[in-house]
Structure formats: structure tokens, C-alpha cells
Design a protein around this ligand. Structure first.
Ligand code: G2I
Length: 457
């Protein structure tokens, strides 16, 4: 998704295929071509965002995956997840040298089974440090921090689309200074050291700096982070993205210059992500504005809300999310979905690019159904495909793609993958006989997916 941010000369990103899955989506008709600027009406957040080259995600608390009401909204609406707490330092390395990956792995497995992208949160942070780290200082702490970054990024290599490498390293208020912390006291260069270690451990993940209260372009903290990113880019420190947490709760408000902030960071040559969105009392206007601002900035890759239902929120008393405690959609949900659906396809796309050669195929008959391919929109970096099944109402269709191409999003079916990530089996999910998917070209613009079989039942 973020290939455009690859530095020249870096190895091509090859990641495990995560399909962005959304239960009901576009391409319900055989025509299935999204014309530039045309509005379509996807019925879930993830599907609608995917049509615009974005993701729409949520923070997940892994223990809630046992709550079927929670998980059904998660699987239906979202195509990206961030572990709310389970990838923090205290969770992953409770004792020095003892790594505890079980809970985080469970989330990654769930995401993979649902085709969701995963944001890793967070490798280095002054908060949520285990006791053994909190009491460290100097070179011992620096080395322990770098070892944590290396071990964790290595463990999750190939499964994480973006890492929040460093979280919340700047002070609030007017100083524009770094936040005082044990990590900061190891020397100003701790942040870039963490980024370098992360790049070495997982060259394919995009590396982000993540913070709150960097939403208002006029704030000293925003300007200070901006200058750091500018400095990193000018000196070749490996940074790919900035995460604006965007907690508009606890007295912080959506600023009218938010779009300026997003586009200003993007102009430095990094992607921008809205990583922890929640808004006190969930006003539709502010949620709509955030979505419109992201869609207006080509490098704004997606939005993650910080929880699903109000009852899941770290600030549940402010009811800041898109679903109420009973799991019903709130007015802000409708506003977000409408704003996504009104958005044009990605401005970075090149909708005039003629479809590449290499025709999609229709498989040999024999499985009790027939799958017919309709090429969809083509952008500079990816293209959509839809497949319509006839002859059966429940079915599974096997699709093979040519690496390094990767399927990055699917809709209107339940996908599973072989271990290579190149073969997807799409099963009907009751949403009709047409499913679709987005394929990232990753440098190969001519290959097209091949249908291997269509099996009824
Ligand atoms: O504070 C909101 C977010 C600000 N940006 C970074 C995020 O990582 C942060 O998330 C919050 C979680 O939503 C809370 O759930 O981070 C807090 C601190 O890590 C999380 O709170 C912790 C409590 O402090 C623990 O006592 C508790 O055991 O949640 C844990 C699990 O419920």
C-alpha cells in the first residue's frame, strides 16, 4: 500500500498477502468499473476505504475477540487493525530477554484470516515499559531498547504493514522540546537509532513516528515533529510515515487546519496515517471532516479509530466512537461512510493508463460453476478485478496471482490463502455472486490474475 514511499534502491517490498476483506462491497454488477470521480456506495467502512486506496481500521483488544458481537463488527467493517495494548513493550518483553508473543500473535492470526492489514504499536515508548526497563538508564537502556526493537520487528517480519517505531517523544505545550524520559536521557539520537534498528530488522515494513496533539498545524509540538521528520528525510534516517493519533477527546478538538497539517507532513515525502481517532461525543461533522481531509491528501493512507463500540473505548465516558455499547451504528458512522463513499478514487492514481496486456482467464468448466472475470479500474500502482460466478449460489473460486504482485484488498467474499500468499480461495459469503479484489502491481504491471477453478457448494 505504501510502495510509493520506498526509497530508491531499497529492496522491493514483499509481504505476506493480507487481503483487505470487507463483507459487502462494490462491484455488484458485471460492469464493475469505477469511473474516476464517480461515487459508489459500498456498505462498510473498509470496503469503501479500499475502493479509494485507503484502509479503515480499528484498535483491537485481543481479549474481546471472544465477544462475538465485537468480532462480527470487526470482521464486517474494518480492514486494518492495531493492537490496543498487546504489542507494547511491557506486553511483549515482561522480563528482560523473555518475549511473550502469544497474545499479539493471536491478533495477527485473526487479521490474516480476515485479510486485514496490521499496524504494529509500538516499539519504543517512554510509557508502558516493564519494570526492568523503567529502572534502566544510559547505554544499558539504549542497548536494551535497540534489542527490543530488533527482536520484535524480526519476530513479526512479513506480517506488519507499518510500525509505530517511536511513540509520543515530544512534549506538550509551547516548548517544542523532546519529552523528558529515560529514553530521551540516553541522548537525542535515540529516535533515529530506533528507526535504523527497525529498518534493519524488517526492511519491508513502513516505519512511522506516532504522536498525539500534532493535529493543529500552529502548535509548537506539531512544528517540532515536522522539523524532526524534515531533518530525518534530509539525513537519510529511514522514516516512511507519520501517525497523527488524533484523539479529539479529553479537551482536544479537531482543528480547522488539520488538512494543512496532513498535507504539510506529506510534502516532506512521508505517508500520513490517522492512527487513533476518537472524538468526544462523536459529532458527525468532525468525523466527516477528518475523513474528507484524509481523502484530500494523496499520502493519507488510512484511518484507524481507537476502538469499536463506546464501551470499548479508553474514554468510554465521552462516547467517542462509531458504534454504541450495543454495537449499533451511530450517526457518526453514517457520516463517515457517506464521506468515504463520496470520495473520489485516489488522486495519485492514473486512471487514464490503458489496461496492461495479459488477459484474465475464465477457468475450464467442470466444478459445477463458471467464474467470469471483469477487469476493473487500473491505477498507477494497482488494479481492481471482479469475478462473477454463475451456475451455483454457493461456491469457491481459486485465483492465482503472479508475484511480486499481491492482493491487498478483497470484498464480497471470504478469502483464504495458501502459504505462498499467491493463491487465494474465495468462498461465497451470502453477499451475492460477484466478488472483487485489488492487486498491487509491485513493479509488474502486465500480469493478471488467473482463475484456476470454480467449485459449487
Ligand atoms: O491513551 C490512549 C492512547 C494514546 N496513544 C498511545 C496508545 O497506546 C494509548 O492507548 C491506551 C490504551 O487505549 C489503554 O487501554 O494506552 C493506555 C496505556 O498503555 C491503555 O491503558 C492500559 C492501562 O493503563 C492498564 O492499566 C490496563 O491494564 O490498559 C491496560 C489494559 O486494559
Amino acid at each position: 500500500m505504501a510502495n510509493s514511499s520506498r526509497a530508491p534502491g531499497r529492496s522491493r517490498r514483499v509481504r505476506t498477502a493480507f487481503a483487505v476483506s470487507a463483507a459487502v462491497g462494490l462491484l455488484a454488477t458485471a460492469a464493475a468499473v469505477v469511473l474516476p470521480g464517480s461515487a459508489s456506495a459500498a456498505s462498510t467502512l473498509g470496503a469503501s476505504a479500499a475502493e479509494r486506496g485507503r484502509y479503515f481500521g480499528t484498535a483491537v483488544a485481543v481479549n474481546r475477540l471472544n465477544d462475538s458481537a465485537y468480532t462480527s463488527i470487526l470482521n464486517r467493517e474494518f480492514n486494518q487493525v492495531t493492537a490496543e495494548n498487546e504489542m507494547k513493550i511491557d506486553a511483549l518483553q515482561p522480563q528482560q530477554g523473555q518475549f511473550n508473543y502469544g497474545t499479539a500473535d493471536r491478533l495477527v492470526q485473526h487479521a490474516r484470516s480476515q485479510g486485514m492489514l496490521v499496524r504494529g504499536h509500538t516499539l519504543a515508548w517512554h510509557s508502558q515499559q516493564p519494570d526492568w526497563m523503567r529502572n534502566m538508564s544510559g547505554p544499558t537502556l539504549r542497548n536494551a531498547m535497540l534489542n527490543h526493537v530488533t527482536q520484535v520487528a524480526t519476530h513479526f517480519r512479513g506480517q506488519i504493514e507499518w510500525w509505530d517505531v517511536v511513540n509520543e517523544a515530544f512534549e506538550d505545550g509551547s516548548s517544542g522540546a523532546r519529552r523528558d524520559s529515560n529514553l530521551q536521557r540516553t541522548g537525542d539520537d535515540w529516535i533515529e537509532a530506533a528507526f535504523r534498528a527497525a529498518r534493519q530488522a524488517d526492511p519491508n515494513a513502513d516505519l512511522c513516528y506516532n504522536d498525539y496533539n500534532i493535529d493543529n498545524w500552529n502548535d509548537a509540538k506539531t512544528q517540532a515533529v515536522y522539523r524532526m521528520v524534515q531533518d530525518f528525510k534530509s539525513r537519510g534516517v529511514p522514516i516512511d510515515c507519520v501517525g497523527l493519533q488524533s484523539h479529539f477527546t479529553g479537551g482536544s478538538n479537531y482543528p480547522s487546519n488539520y488538512r494543512t497539517t496532513l498535507s504539510s507532513f506529506a510534502a516532506l515525502g512521508v505517508d500520513v496515517h490517522i492512527t487513533e481517532l476518537d472524538i468526544r461525543n462523536a459529532p458527525s461533522d468532525a468525523y466527516r471532516n477528518v475523513v474528507n481531509d484524509c481523502l484530500a491528501v494523496a499520502r493519507c493512507k488510512g484511518i484507524t479509530v481507537w476502538g469499536i463500540r463506546d464501551s470499548d473505548s479508553w474514554r468510554s465516558n465521552e462516547s467517542p466512537l462509531l458504534f454504541n455499547g450495543s454495537g449499533q451504528k451511530k450517526p457518526a458512522y453514517d457520516a463517515v461512510l457517506a464521506a468515504l463513499n463520496n470520495g473520489t478514487p485516489p488522486p495519485t492514481g492514473d486512471p487514464t493508463t490503458p489496461p496492461p496486456t495479459g488477459n484474465p482467464t475464465t477457468p475450464p468448466p467442470g466444478g459445477g460453476c463458471t467464474a467470469t472475470v471483469t477487469p476493473g479500474q487500473v491505477w498507477g500502482d494497482r488494479y481492481n478485478t471482479s469475478v462473477t460466478v454463475s451456475g451455483a449460489s454457493t461456491w469457491s473460486v481459486v485465483v492465482e496471482i503472479t508475484p511480486p504482485q499481491r492482493i491487498s484488498a478483497t470484498w464480497s467474499g471470504n478469502p483464504t490463502w495458501d502459504s505462498s500468499g499467491n493463491v487465494m480461495t474465495m468462498r461465497s459469503n451470502g453477499s451475492g455472486n460477484t466478488f472483487g479484489f485489488t492487486t498491487m502491481m509491485n513493479g509488474n504491471s502486465s500480469a493478471r490474475p488467473q482463475i484456476r477453478s470454480c467449485t459449487a457448494g
